[in-house]
Design a binder for this molecule. Structure first.
Ligand code: PMV
Length: 352
């Protein structure tokens, strides 16, 4: 391969957030998961990242030339980005020869309490690998490079490894999931029952404040958590059962597992040492309302939570109108600014 070290190239990718159905919580080594996880890839909550690669004019020039988020310079983000890029040069060695000007923006408000690292880091990984190909003068086929892209994304943020794939992605070795590995995520390898086509994820913004505990600090607390071994067994059993439910079209079992996972994630936070709690009173109220209404209406709507107080409502597209009416009448009152981010399972990243 010939290195075109005098060339400047620009690339851009839009990559979505994802919502874990079985959660990754706890890690070891170089960003390896303590248990396998599976997620729905979202669609409307995404990050768009543009990267310009220009040759370094001297060997010691920093990798990062400039960084903007939503059109403004953010010193703290820029420093974090610089450290991140330096930490992955073994995976992306061409970075040693180039300087990067990065501009990034989210489709959802930065303070919306949605984990933006998955969309941001998967978009970055896509830009880095495409940039490498272009600078080598080679054609880039994202399909062929997905595993490597996912691995680079994983090194930046574990959950980002899953955002590279459409619909459903699995990250972490599991004996029932063919091809699964701790190194990168894969697309869910089995045929999914049509009842799971076109699922919705309405994100109820109970609070729009930036979360109080970073996920790195949360993962860290699992290292000495009393319940860690039991939790990791539970996650593996849940992956096995969820995989079956998805293939067989068992919506009720799907819902039980997804809700158990959300409660377990927050339970583990509450009984960590030190303990912390990200749920708000409104989160609990929404969950009570949901359970009540589901029992009364029979509507297949289930909740999950990320590491924050906002509630994700998962349900099939066919129940959209019914859920809409109920949300407006009963849930709006619990939301900070009354906002709901209406998302759905999506097709994965694409070029911009
Ligand atoms: O990717 P991280 O390190 O931000 O961790 C994400 C952890 C959860 O969002 C809580 C669960 C998950 O699997 O996405």
């Amino acid at each position: 391969m010939s290195q075109h070290s005098n060339t400047t190239v620009r690339v851009g990718w839009r990559s979505p957030a994802n919502i874990a159905l079985v959660k990754y919580w706890g890690k070891h080594g170089r960003q390896l998961p303590a248990n396998p996880s599976i997620s729905f890839t979202l669609s409307r909550a995404f990050t768009e990242t543009l990267v310009e690669f220009s040759p370094k004019d001297h060997r010691d020039a920093p990798i990062l030339k400039s960084f903007t988020f939503a059109g403004a310079a953010y010193e703290a983000f820029a420093r974090k980005m610089e450290r991140l890029l330096e930490s992955i040069t073994d995976m992306v060695p061409f970075l040693e020869k180039y300087q990067l000007s990065i501009s990034s923006d989210n489709s959802f408000p930065h303070s919306a309490g949605i984990a933006s690292s998955a969309s941001a880091m998967s978009a970055l990984a896509l830009c880095l690998v495409e940039g490498e190909y272009l600078l080598e003068g080679e054609a880039f086929d994202p399909e062929r490079e997905r595993n490597r892209i996912s691995e680079i994304a994983r090194l930046c943020s574990g959950s980002a490894s899953r955002s590279v794939f459409p619909h459903l992605a699995v990250w972490g070795t599991h004996s029932d999931i063919e091809g699964s590995t701790d190194r990168y995520a894969i697309a869910f390898p089995y045929e999914v029952h049509p009842v799971f086509d076109r699922w919705k994820d309405d994100i109820l913004l109970v609070s729009e404040e930036v979360k109080a505990v970073s996920s790195s600090a949360g993962h860290e607390l699992m290292n000495h958590h009393l319940y860690a071994p039991v939790r990791y067994d539970q996650a593996r059993a849940n992956i096995r059962d969820l995989s079956r439910a998805l293939q067989e079209g068992d919506v009720e079992r799907f819902g039980q597992i997804v809700e158990e996972e959300a409660m377990t994630l927050h339970g583990l936070m509450m009984n960590s040492r030190p303990s912390y709690m990200l749920l708000l009173p409104e989160t609990v109220r929404v969950i009570h309302e949901l359970r009540r209404w589901r029992a009364a209406s029979g509507c297949p709507v289930y909740f999950t939570l990320d590491a924050g107080p906002n509630v994700h409502l998962l349900y099939p597209q066919t129940h959209r109108e019914q859920v809409d009416n109920w949300m407006q009448e009963h849930l709006q009152v619990y939301l900070d600014k009354g906002r709901i981010l209406r998302d759905e399972v999506g097709e994965g990243p694409f070029r911009v």
